[in-house]
Design a protein around this ligand. Structure first.
Ligand code: ATP
Length: 320
C-alpha cells in the first residue's frame, strides 16, 4: 500500500481536522502518502483530490470545521456513481480510504468496500448517535459549547425570574441534551428517547416558586420539538414569563476540546494501522476507553446507538 485517501462527509463536527491530521501524519510516519479529498463523496466522484503535506497539517488540530470541506451527495447511493468514485481513486493511485462522518457516510464506505476498495469509517458527528462507539468526534465540544451557553442563559433567567426553554441539537438522540442538561443543572431535560409530561414540568416550576426558586432552565433536544413549540405548550399551564432559544449551529463549530482532539488522534492513528494490516469495511470506535473496530455493515444494520437515559434520572434526583 502506498497512498491513503481521506474525506469528511455529512454534518461537520469539531475535531474532524484533528482526525485528518492524525490519519495523514500516521500514514506519513509509516512511509505512505496521504491524499485529501474535498467535499466528501461529491469531490471523490469529481476527482477533487490532492496530496497532503505535513506542513498543511500544522496547527489544524486546534481548528473547528474541516479543511477538506463537507457535502451532502445523495447520488453516491447509486452503484454507477460509486464505481466512478473508485475510478478516481485508482487514477490517483490511492489504495485505501478513510471516511470521517456519520452513519450515512459509513454507508458510502461500506459500499466502496463491497466493490473491493478497502475503506474504514471514523465516527464524526456532534450528535453521538453512531452505533459501535461510546463517543463520536465533536460530541464533547458541542456539549461544552452548549453548557457555556446554558450557564449564560441561567444567569439572566435568575436575574429576571424567567423560564428559559433551550433547544440543543440531536435529531434522534438526546445525548447533547442529557450531558449539557446535567452539567448546567437544568430543571428538566426533554429527550426523544423518553416520554415527557409538560404539565408535570409546569407544576414543578410552580412548586419551586413556592419554595423560593423563581427561575427555570429546560433543555430540549431538537428531535422532540422546537423550543418555541415547547414554550407555547408550557405557557398553557401558567404565567412563566418564558423565553425560547435555539442554540443551533454554534454547537457545530469552534475549537475542539482536548478530549475531542485526543479521541480524533487515536481514531486516525488506529485507522491507518488497520489499513496497513490490509483490513477494510470496519467502523472504528471507542468502548470503555478501548479502541475497537467492528464490521461496518453489521454495526450499521444490527446495532443501535444507546443513549444513556439514566442521566435523566440522575438529573431528576439532583434538581431543586
Ligand atoms: P450526520 O449524521 O452528521 O448527518 P451523515 O454522514 O449521516 O452525517 P448523511 O447526509 O446521511 O450524513 O450522509 C453523508 C453522505 O454519505 C451522503 O451525502 C452520501 O454522499 C453518502 N451516503 C449516505 N447514504 C448512503 C448510502 N446508502 N450509500 C452510499 N452513500 C451514502
Amino acid at each position: 500500500m502506498k497512498r491513503i485517501g481521506i474525506l469528511t462527509s455529512g454534518g461537520d463536527s469539531s475535531g474532524m481536522n484533528a482526525a485528518i491530521r492524525a490519519i495523514a501524519r500516521s500514514a506519513m510516519s509509516a512511509g505512505l502518502e496521504a491524499y485529501g479529498i474535498n467535499y466528501g463523496f461529491a469531490g471523490l466522484v469529481a476527482g477533487d483530490i490532492h496530496q497532503l503535506s505535513s506542513i498543511e497539517m500544522d496547527g489544524i488540530i486546534a481548528r473547528g470545521g474541516t479543511i477538506l470541506y463537507s457535502a451532502r451527495f445523495p447520488e453516491f447511493a447509486e452503484e454507477k456513481t460509486q464505481l466512478k468514485g473508485i475510478e478516481q481513486l485508482k487514477k490517483f493511485g490511492i489504495d485505501a480510504l478513510v471516511v470521517i462522518g456519520g452513519d450515512g457516510s459509513y454507508h458510502g464506505a461500506e459500499r466502496l468496500t463491497q466493490h473491493g476498495f478497502n475503506s474504514v469509517g471514523i465516527p464524526g458527528t456532534i450528535d453521538n448517535d453512531i452505533p459501535g462507539t461510546d463517543f463520536t468526534i465533536g460530541f464533547d465540544t458541542a456539549v461544552n459549547t452548549a453548557v457555556e451557553a446554558l450557564d449564560r442563559i441561567n444567569d439572566t433567567a435568575t436575574s429576571h425570574q424567567r423560564v428559559f426553554v433551550v433547544e440543543v441539537m440531536g435529531r434522534g438522540a438526546g445525548d447533547i441534551a442529557l450531558w449539557a442538561g446535567v452539567a448546567a443543572g437544568a430543571d428538566a431535560i426533554v429527550i426523544p428517547e423518553r416520554d415527557y409530561d409538560i404539565q408535570a414540568i409546569a407544576e414543578k416550576i410552580k412548586e419551586n416558586r413556592k419554595n423560593g426558586k423563581d427561575h427555570a432552565l429546560i433543555v430540549i433536544a431538537e428531535g422532540v420539538m422546537s423550543a418555541a413549540d415547547f414554550k407555547k405548550q408550557l405557557d398553557q399551564y401558567g404565567e412563566f414569563d418564558s423565553r425560547a432559544i435555539t442554540l443551533g449551529h454554534i454547537q457545530r463549530g469552534g475549537q475542539p476540546t482536548a478530549k475531542d482532539r485526543v479521541l480524533a488522534s487515536r481514531f486516525g492513528d488506529y485507522a491507518v494501522k488497520l489499513l496497513l494490516e490490509g483490513k477494510g469495511g470496519l467502523a472504528i470506535g471507542i468502548r470503555n476507553n478501548q479502541l475497537v473496530a467492528t464490521d461496518i455493515i453489521d454495526t450499521l444494520e444490527n446495532h443501535k446507538h444507546i443513549t444513556d437515559v439514566s442521566l435523566q434520572d440522575v438529573n431528576k434526583r439532583l434538581r431543586f
